[in-house]
Design a protein around this ligand. Structure first.
Ligand code: ATP
Length: 282
């Protein structure tokens, strides 16, 4: 049984070291409160709060340079915060020991915006990288897992022997996704996964994410500028402006929002071109 679904452990008690902490049903799997993050004089996140619920695909939008990647990196513990709290799986990363932290890291997968693969490694070595980092598996099992991960992302098994330089942009994204799935994560963090793909490739990638989310029961936190992705795969959307989440909810909430940035984004020219809203509507 998947650890998250074990009802016997939904007792609210703290997890013992080495035991995955279980988030009770209905509680957020990621919980951010009053988060302040800055660099020198520049404060990027100014008291941001956000919940991501288990099993949802949450799309995170906001102006370029607004702090979407900074939030992702702060949740992952890669950027220090000035104040506020971040809990993932009910655990505050700041309070964990090194060992507990490494156990937690195995429960999420990340596809960074510059989600580049290691160019000097083959596809196989890229996908096995997290396995080597965190697990102690036999080479044969790791090879079998590579084939399974490639199949999950719609790539043939012989892709494993290729170098990243031999792949198209869409294939690179898929291999990066396979690497993010390497440890069977519960949460996927995707930072602009469809950027750089043509509309058909982006649509196929969206479909893939939706399928994986459904079949694997993943929770997906996805930073995106892609209106089609927001429309087709996201259960909820959170919008960032002035360092805070200023609107959160399904697409209807965004379309009804009076916030100037949200309104401009979801009713602007690109939104109309994407068939999101009718010309003349609002
Ligand atoms: N390590 C850092 N040191 C200093 N400033 C940083 C650092 N990381 C991010 N920033 C700044 O924080 C701000 C937010 O950056 P971030 O990359 O989160 O924006 P974003 O919303 O993801 O933008 P985009 O949509 O263009 O990717 C930017 O002004 C950026 O220059």
């Amino acid at each position: 049984m998947h650890p998250q679904t074990d009802p016997a452990q939904h007792d609210g008690t703290a997890a013992t070291p080495g035991t995955p902490h279980i988030v009770a049903p209905g509680e957020p799997i990621i919980r951010v409160r009053d988060l302040v993050v800055g660099f020198g004089e520049r404060v990027v996140l100014k008291g941001l709060s956000l919940d991501v619920m288990r099993g949802e695909i949450l799309g995170f939008v906001g102006a370029s340079g607004g702090g979407k990647s900074v939030l992702t990196r702060t949740i992952l513990g890669l950027v220090p915060k000035r104040s506020g709290t971040v809990e993932v799986f009910g655990e505050d990363l700041d309070t964990l020991s090194y060992g507990e932290r490494r156990l937690l890291e195995q429960r999420w997968g990340v596809l960074f915006q510059q989600g580049a693969l290691f160019s000097s490694l083959t596809v196989r070595q890229n996908i096995q990288f997290p396995m080597r980092e965190y697990l102690d598996l036999s080479p044969r099992l790791m090879d079998e897992l590579v084939v399974a991960k490639l199949e999950m992302v719609g790539l043939p098994a012989d892709t494993a022997e290729k170098a990243p330089s031999e792949l198209s942009g869409g294939m690179i994204k898929r291999v990066a996704l396979a690497r993010a799935l390497s440890l069977d994560p519960e949460i996927l963090f995707l930072d602009e996964p469809t950027s750089g793909l043509d509309p058909i490739g982006a649509g196929e990638f969206d479909d893939l994410i939706a399928t994986l989310q459904q079949t694997l029961g993943l929770t997906v936190f996805m930073v995106t500028h892609d209106l089609d992705s927001l429309h087709t795969v996201c259960d909820r959307i959170a919008a960032l402006a002035e360092g805070k989440v200023i609107a959160v909810g399904p697409i209807e909430t965004m379309l009804a929002s009076d916030h100037p940035w949200v309104s401009a984004y979801f009713h602007g020219k690109r939104a109309r071109a994407a068939g999101f809203v009718q010309d003349g509507g609002r």
